[in-house]
Every structure is written in structure tokens, then in C-alpha cells.
Design a protein around this ligand. Structure first.
Ligand code: N01
Length: 546
């Protein structure tokens, strides 16, 4: 990589040239770096705004932060050597252990020397004459690259609700996705937690144990299935070590990239008695495996109703106060049509004397005051507010990069009515820009490492092809992008996922965000096949120039 002085006297800052530039050093950025640098031999620079690797798992250090994918599936499978050298300790990996794992990989593959930390990208502009991307950072550095790869994650742009009065609050407030490294001491504190998605459901039991009092502000009630997290037995660790090929094969064959097969039976097949027994058995196994008990839970509302009613009854059985149980079980969407959380003692936590549930749909939050949260009917005195209010998912992290493509067109303007991409990988007008796990790809609907490895492998093979064929630039044809956007919508419409109006898959959690179903819901095997066929047909749908 050469650092050359730029000739213009107006912009004297030196520009660093690199063949590929990757934004982000999480799961996807690290593997993309390894693939381009160590397999293809390119000069590669990674820019990362944190002071360490890890992406999501660097930032999300909130109490109870743990992955919902089972640990033996939440890791890279591209290297047998890495697989052999790492053992997880629990059924679901906690945040600290995942961060240790990603540091282990980064050290083992000597990746950190190619990462510039504490470096936030503030803009990237395509220079058509030079066929290069000019990338600028907050501290005024400039990079020039042929291939620009965003590895910024799907859930990395915190959604802090614009509730009036936040600036007046005299206590401390936090968003779970920007948690202080030193942790938060809740002892003796009255804590308010806003949000009951996967994060709020994970954090609630842990905060309740530590705080003097916890008030949970619930807007949309949510299903949750027990995780049944536990230390892994030596036998299971041996099974994983001896069966990595088989586990990989299963993950690659299932729509969500998880290491379990979805049953072929319909929820309508068994008698009511048998169905209940099957649900009880799935509940006792727990976690995301619960969904795999019937094949049609996500496509047939009547089938889904059987799961929904089983899970609502579980809430009523667990929560002792009937009024609280009713507020928690008053769920208006089909099970798993919003991202289904899994938990460790979430509903049980509402039996604690120091926990209160506030239904902010019935009694909306009006404002934040100096000393708490004012709803229509009451003032809740608080020392700490925790916003578990999610993310500006998928498009948020990309929009923050201020990408400007051919003809000075900005991605943010192009996506004003919602994201459009070809395969979630590229956008017309943005040559040689690759968006790992971007909108229009399976991304958040899939066990992320599986989605990431497929994307990185595809991008790596694609760049190898461009170099071999002497192709200078590549971008999708507008009509291919349009056709793919329609396929993304059609795939969502074939499921119950697009029928939930208040889902972040649709952008509904961020005021003003266009309602477009963002991830590809057609399943990972189908998507993998489409991407393979596109490549085999000479990268059909893309246009090249030399
Ligand atoms: O965010 P969410 P999350 N007033 O958007 C509520 C992944 N994840 O951080 O549903 C009051 O799901 C909002 O209410 P509503 C996983 O993919 C993975 O929990 O919009 N409430 C909702 O209850 C997950 O899906 C793991 O009506 C407000 C909550 O805040 C994704 O991250 C662990 C509000 C936000 O829920 C996001 O989950 C954790 C307001 N103004 C997360 N604004 C793993 O294990 C929002 N809410 C891998």
C-alpha cells in the first residue's frame, strides 16, 4: 500500500491507496479481509470506528447480552484449523465470549495489522474518471480504493426514540447498543427499561436482579421461548469437534442457516392432543429450535395460531398476577413474524416484587422529565433509563457512510423510498461497491455467520474474476435491481413476515422510515443457489467495463 501526496494544493491531506477497502471489523469485515488479503493477495485496508474488533459484539455489552444462535453454529466454518482450536463453553455464547472468539480469530490470522481502529468513515465518493472510491474519515484521512466493501452490520445504528424531554433527565440513560465498557451499577437504583424486543427481553431479568426496582415500558407485547442456556457437556463438545462437516451441511441446507432441520409435518397434521405434546417437547428443548416443530408456522396463519395460542398460555401459566399476564400475552402478531426472542427467566421476572410492567400502548409515554418518565396516567420516578429500542436496521449503518456514486447520486437519496439492490450485494450506479449482508439479502433472517460466509465467498470469487478478466468496473443493471427488489417483496409476501405492520424488518420502528420489507425471505439455500447461478452465467444481471 503506498501513501502518495495528492497533487491538488486545495486538498493537501495525503491519500492512502489500497486495492480494497473494507468498512468494519466485525464478523463480516474480518473474514472479508482474510479472503482478499490472504487468499487473493490484494492490498487491503480495514477502517473500524471502535478501538477493537467485534462489531455488534464490541458495542452490545448490555446486561444479559447473549447470542440466540447456538454457539457451535455461531462461528466461522471456512477453516478447519480454526474450528479445531476453539471450544465454546455454553449452549448460547455470551457477548464477552464472542468477543474473545473474534479476537482469537483476528490474532490467529494476523488480521489486526490491516485494521485502522478508532477511524470512523464519514463519506465515500466514486471518482468516475479514475474508477476509484475516495473514502474520507472523521479525522480527515483520505483513502483511495478500487473495491469498496461495507461490512457495517445490519443492527449497528442505534435507534434512540425522540421522546420529548430526554435532555431534561437528571439521571443516567443508556442505549443497549452503546453500552459503557465499565458496565452500569444498578444497585439501589430505580430503573426504567423501554422496549421488549430480543434485547429488552434478555436484559430485563438481569437488571431486575441488580436494581432496587425495574419498570418495563412495553409498547408491543412479544412472544419468547426459554433458551435453556447451560454449560456444554464434554460429550457435546466432542460431538461438535467430530461432526463439523455434518453441522456445516445442515446449516447450509436449512432456510435460516441454523444447525437443526425443520420438521416436514404441518401443524394441522397431528390431533390437538399430539400437537400440544409436540409443542411441550419443543418448549422443553427451547430456543429458536421451537420454530422447527412444524414446517408451516411462517406461511399459514391458522398453523401459526396453534403456536401463538400455546405460547400465550405459557405466559399466563408463568406470570402470577393475571392483569400483568394479560398485558404480556396480549400479542397481536403471529409467532415469529417479528424476530422471535428467546429468554432466560423473562416472564418469571414479572413475579418479582421489584418489577412493574407499564403498557405504553394503553398509557403512552408523553415525555421524559427531570426525574423519570411521564405517561398519560402516571409519573414513574427513575434514576436510570435503559433504551432497548433497537436499531435503524439494515439501511441505517449504510446511510451513515454518505456514499455518493456515479454522477454524484447519493445512496441516501436513491433509497429515500426504500432500499433497492441486486441480490443485496450491489447497487446500480455504485460501481465496485459491495454491501455485505446488505438489504435485499437474507441477512438478519439467517444465522449471521452463515449469511456472512456466503456473501464474503461470493464477493471474493467475484473480485478474483474481475481481476482475472481484466474488468475494471462492475455494477448491476437497473432492470436486474428492479427485478430483484420485486423478488424480495414477493418472498416476504409468501410468508407471514410482511403482514406485521410494526416490524423492524419493514422499517416500522424508525419514524419516517419507508415501509419496505428489507431482508430476502426466500431462505438461504435458495438465495445461495441464485447467487451461484448468477456467477455461473457470467455474472448475469451485472454490467462490466474494462
Ligand atoms: O430491538 P427491537 P432489539 N416507545 O427493534 C420498542 C437482534 N438481537 O434491540 O415493537 C416505546 O426488536 C419496540 O416496540 P415496537 C435481533 O435480530 C439479537 O430488541 O416497535 N417503545 C420494541 O419493543 C433483534 O430482533 C440478539 O412497538 C419503543 C423495542 O423497543 C434485533 O437485534 C440479541 C419505542 C425494540 O425492539 C433488534 O432487537 C438482541 C418507543 N418510542 C438483539 N421505540 C441475539 O441474540 C421502540 N420501542 C443475536
Amino acid at each position: 500500500m503506498a501513501s502518495v501526496p495528492q497533487s491538488s494544493p486545495i486538498t493537501p491531506a495525503p491519500v492512502t491507496d489500497t486495492e480494497a477497502l473494507i468498512i468494519g471489523a466485525g464478523f463480516s469485515g474480518l473474514y472479508q479481509l482474510h479472503s482478499l488479503r490472504d487468499r487473493l493477495g490484494l492490498s487491503v485496508q480495514v477502517l473500524e470506528m471502535a478501538d477493537g474488533v467485534g462489531g455488534t459484539w464490541y458495542w452490545n455489552r448490555y446486561p444479559g447480552a447473549r447470542c440466540d444462535s447456538e454457539s457451535h453454529s455461531y462461528m466461522y466454518y471456512f477453516s478447519d484449523a480454526l474450528l479445531k482450536e476453539w471450544q465454546w463453553s455454553e449452549r448460547y455464547p455470551g457477548q464477552a465470549e464472542i468477543l474473545r472468539y473474534l479476537n482469537f480469530v483476528a490474532d490467529r490470522l494476523d488480521l489486526k495489522r490491516s485494521v485502522r481502529f478508532n477511524t470512523r468513515v464519514t463519506g465515500a465518493r466514486y471518482d468516475e474518471a479514475a474508477n476509484r472510491w475516495l473514502v474520507s474519515t472523521e479525522s480527515g484521512e483520505q483513502y483511495r480504493t478500487r473495491y469498496l466493501i461495507t461490512a457495517v452490520g445490519c443492527l449497528s445504528s442505534a435507534n434512540i426514540p425522540a421522546i420529548p424531554g430526554l435532555a431534561d433527565f437528571t439521571g443516567r440513560w443508556y442505549h443497549t447498543g452503546q453500552w459503557p465498557h465499565e458496565g452500569v451499577d444498578f444497585s439501589g437504583k430505580r430503573v426504567g427499561l423501554v422496549g421488549t424486543g430480543s434485547t429488552g427481553i434478555q436484559a430485563t431479568p438481569v437488571i431486575a436482579e441488580a436494581a432496587a426496582h425495574l419498570t418495563v415500558f412495553q409498547r408491543t407485547p412479544n412472544y419468547s421461548v426459554p433458551a435453556h442456556n447451560a454449560p456444554l457437556s464434554e460429550g457435546f463438545k466432542r460431538y461438535v469437534a467430530d461432526n463439523s462437516d455434518r453441522i456445516r451441511q445442515v446449516m447450509h441446507s436449512t432456510p435460516n442457516g441454523h444447525p437443526f432441520i425443520i420438521a416436514q409435518r404441518s401443524a394441522h397434521d397431528p390431533s390437538e392432543h399430539e400437537r400440544k405434546a409436540l409443542y411441550e417437547s419443543a418448549w422443553s428443548i427451547g430456543g429458536l429450535r421451537f420454530r422447527s416443530v412444524f414446517r408451516d408456522l411462517l406461511v399459514d396463519k391458522a398453523a401459526n395460531d396453534t403456536a401463538s395460542s400455546f405460547l400465550k398460555n405459557k405466559i399466563r401459566e408463568i406470570v402470577k398476577d393475571p392483569a400483568t399476564a394479560e398485558k404480556l400475552a396480549d400479542i397481536d402478531h403471529p409467532f415469529a413474524a417479528k424476530r422471535p426472542p428467546i429468554d432466560t427467566g423473562y416472564f418469571e421476572t414479572f413475579n418479582r416484587p421489584n418489577v412493574t410492567l407499564v403498557d405504553v400502548r394503553a398509557d403512552p409515554i408523553e415525555r421524559i422529565t427531570a426525574t423519570g418518565i411521564q405517561t398519560g396516567k402516571a409519573h414513574h420516578e427513575l434514576d436510570v433509563i435503559v433504551f432497548a429500542t433497537g436499531f435503524d436496521a439494515l439501511t441505517g449503518p449504510l446511510k451513515k457512510l454518505n456514499l455518493v456514486g456515479r454522477g454524484g447520486v447519493s445512496l441516501n437519496a436513491l433509497w429515500e423510498a426504500g432500499p433497492r439492490s441486486y441480490l443485496g450485494l450491489q447497487v446500480s450506479g455504485f460501481p465496485n461497491l459491495f454491501t455485505l449482508t446488505g438489504p435485499g439479502s437474507p441477512s438478519v433472517l439467517v444465522n449471521m455467520p452463515v449469511a456472512i460466509e456466503q456473501h464474503v465467498d461470493w464477493v471474493t470469487d467475484c473480485i478474483a474474476h474481475l481481476r482475472k478478466e481484466g474488468i475494471a468496473r462492475m455494477e448491476p443493471r437497473p432492470e436486474a435491481m428492479e427485478a430483484w427488489s420485486q423478488q424480495v417483496q414477493a418472498a416476504a409476501d409468501a410468508t407471514l413476515l410482511s403482514k406485521v405492520p410494526h416490524s423492524w424488518y419493514l422499517g416500522a420502528n424508525v419514524p419516517g422510515k419507508p415501509r419496505v420489507f428489507m431482508p430476502y425471505a426466500g431462505g438461504m439455500p435458495r438465495y445461495r443457489q441464485i447467487c451461484q447461478e448468477v456467477a455461473q452465467r457470467g455474472y448475469e444481471g451485472f454490467e462490466f467495463s474494462r
